[in-house]
Design a protein around this ligand. Structure first.
Ligand code: ATP
Ligand code: PRP
Ligand code: NIO
Ligand code: MG
Length: 564
């Protein structure tokens, strides 16, 4: 019989669960992925016997990116995976020993050997939530020295993730719900981690699929792709195609010469009533490439049509192949445009498809898919919408994944309490003054179901109640305040890592569920917060009690100047 008591068994079970959390996606995310000063401060804390002091840090940003008024919170799962597996190896410890001054005592390095995050608590807003400036995304509590080591990796895991997820959400907002959004950025991303991160967080922010195969495998993101110009220009003529037979979709018969069938259709299109005179000789190497691709993927035929001339070559060639496939019971997926005026060309292409559908009696052909790519961003999507277009799907790379419009989100990690004493960081710039105390935050919803305001309170204040009026104050501007009678109250931070507190831990959701939450939350926002031009700022506030305390502490900490 096992001699362990119930408590011990529960503790062991809890430990097993914690151990079961896999490490971060990127193996470079180790305890050394931090700034040197976190280790020098650690040593100084240790030397002073202060390293155990219980601290509370808030992770938050000060301004929404891309000139917008909302941000999508992303990167939490990777943070939890990091701390769940936080342990320094002998190699890492000896590297730190070599990197610190030789005067550092041996006992410190022995101490490092024992550290982990079992005494750290992390409270966080759910990943994929819409979030706003100043409201803590994470509250991290624990021994000050260890928690400080987490500052840099947490920021590096959250800043880009949230930035690119927000960028994706903004592209989705402009493109509209019905369009297919494909992330094509791997080749242009800031290195492999940037590429993998972009694929994960663009999906979270509302993209439908990625071209990044590794991301598909790691995260189960749907994979999509077309083909490149190189594939088209690699062919010289249809004579190159040796294996010309194609079995019909239902397996009932085989077309022995698919290449000739395509040629026959090209002639028919050329002389059809609606298309006569639109094009003459099309490019034969392009026709060969399309035919060959269709033979390889009769069920997934999608052709890049802009290598030579979209209207005079790419589209007629595509239609010839698509109609030949149609004879055999296959339905072509569509085309991709990668240059030129995408609004104009997409409309011309649609007209061509409609003419084919009508002239040859192929119902549904007019709906053949049109994908557009080439340096797209929010502005070009917006311009296309204004001009009118026929694009069904967008492939977006460079501007999306590099976050070209704004390269960084300024999340920070600030001490708000130590040994139960609230701390404040002052600044000449009011927006940089930190909000002290261990806090709780709530989202208050109004009568129409929209979120009205986020409010931070002291940790022990009673929570706002549905139907009860509460005063919401701007944290720093005395004249800005409002009463709110919430119709719904949502507490924002949940316990994602209980440390030794014994609190229940919220499970990490699947990426698809985080994405669903994100899409749902974005849809729930009042439209004026979401618009691209001069959006209305969402209100972020503090309770009256917290307001008074912030200003009391501010006066206490700020030295009084002396005029001479
Ligand atoms: N209708 C449109 N309105 C606004 N912007 C557009 C429209 N169509 C395309 N664009 C954008 O205009 C830019 C055109 O790119 P660029 O001037 O390099 O020409 P291109 O079409 O790529 O030519 P090529 O590839 O043949 O050199 C791209 O950023 C594209 O997204
Ligand atoms: O334009 P982005 O938004 O970055 O999207 C990805 C681009 O990458 C591919 O070609 P690539 O740019 O490598 O070559 P190309 O410009 O000559 O087509 C593709 O054809 C897209 O144009
Ligand atoms: O599949 C595509 O069409 C693709 C993939 C990556 C970059 N550009 C295009
Ligand atoms: Mg390009």
């Amino acid at each position: 019989m096992d001699a362990k008591g119930n408590g011990e068994m529960a503790a062991a079970a809890a430990e097993d669960v914690e151990r079961a959390i896999a490490g971060p996606t990127n193996p470079m995310v180790t305890p050394l992925l931090t700034d040197l000063y976190q280790f020098t401060m650690f040593y100084a804390y240790w030397k002073a016997g202060k390293h155990h002091e219980r601290s509370v840090f808030d992770l938050y940003f000060r301004k929404n990116p891309f000139g917008g008024e909302y941000t999508v919170f992303a990167g939490l799962e990777e943070c939890i995976k990091f701390i769940a597996n936080f342990k320094m190896t002998e190699d890492e410890i000896s590297f730190i020993r070599d990197s610190l001054p030789s005067s550092c005592e041996d006992g410190f390095f022995d101490y490092l050997r024992g550290i982990d995050c079992s005494d750290v608590e992390v409270y966080a807003i759910s990943e994929g939530s819409v979030v706003f400036p100043k409201v803590p995304l994470l509250r991290v509590e624990g021994p000050i020295a260890v928690v400080q080591l987490l500052e840099t990796p947490f920021l590096t895991l959250i800043n880009y993730a949230s930035l690119v997820a927000t960028n994706a959400a903004r592209h989705r907002f402009v493109a509209g719900k019905s369009k297919m959004l494909l992330e094509f950025g791997l080749r242009r991303a800031q290195g492999p981690d940037g590429g993998i991160g972009a694929s994960k967080y663009c999906y979270m922010g509302g993209f439908d699929a990625t071209s990044n195969v590794a991301a598909g495998r790691l995260f189960g993101i749907p994979l999509r792709g077309t083909h490149s110009h190189a594939f088209v220009s690699s062919y010289m003529s249809p004579d190159e195609i040796v294996e010309k037979s194609l079995q019909s979709s239902d397996g009932s018969h085989t077309c022995e010469d698919f290449v000739s069938l395509v040629q026959t259709w090209l002639n028919k299109i050329q002389w059809s009533p609606s298309l006569r005179g639109i094009f003459g000789e099309t490019n034969q190497s392009e026709l060969a490439a399309f035919t060959s691709y269709a033979l390889a993927f009769p069920n997934n035929f999608l052709a890049l049509v802009d290598t030579y001339d979209v209207v005079r070559s790419g589209i007629p060639n595509f239609c010839a192949v698509a109609l030949a496939l149609n004879d055999l019971g296959y339905k072509a997926v569509g085309i991709r445009l990668d240059s030129g005026d995408l609004a104009y060309l997409s409309c011309e292409v649609r007209k061509f498809f409609c003419a084919v559908a009508k002239d040859f009696g192929v119902p549904g052909f007019e709906k053949t898919g049109i994908t557009a790519s080439n340096d797209l961003n929010e502005e070009t999507l917006d311009a296309l919408n204004k001009q009118g277009h026929e694009v069904d799907a967008y492939g977006i790379g460079t501007n999306l994944v590099t976050c070209f419009a704004q390269p960084a989100l300024g999340c920070v990690f600030k001490l708000v309490e130590i040994n139960n004493q609230p701390r404040i960081k002052l600044s000449e710039d009011v927006s940089k003054v930190s909000i002290p105390c261990k806090k709780r935050s709530y989202r208050l919803y109004g009568r129409e179901g929209y979120p009205l305001v986020d409010i931070m309170t002291g940790e022990n204040e009673p929570s706002p109640k549905v139907g009860e009026r509460i005063l919401c104050r701007h944290p720093f501007n005395e004249s800005k305040r409002a009463y709110v009678v919430p119709q719904q109250v949502e507490e924002l931070m949940k316990c994602y890592w209980p440390g030794s507190s014994g609190k229940p831990r919220v499970e990490l959701p699947a990426l698809k569920d985080i994405r669903d939450r994100c899409i749902k939350q974005l849809e729930k926002m009042r439209p004026d917060h979401m618009r691209r031009l001069n959006p209305t700022p969402y209100k972020v506030s503090v309770s009256a009690k917290l307001y008074d305390f912030i200003h009391f502490l501010w006066l206490n900490e700020a030295p009084v100047g002396e005029l001479q």
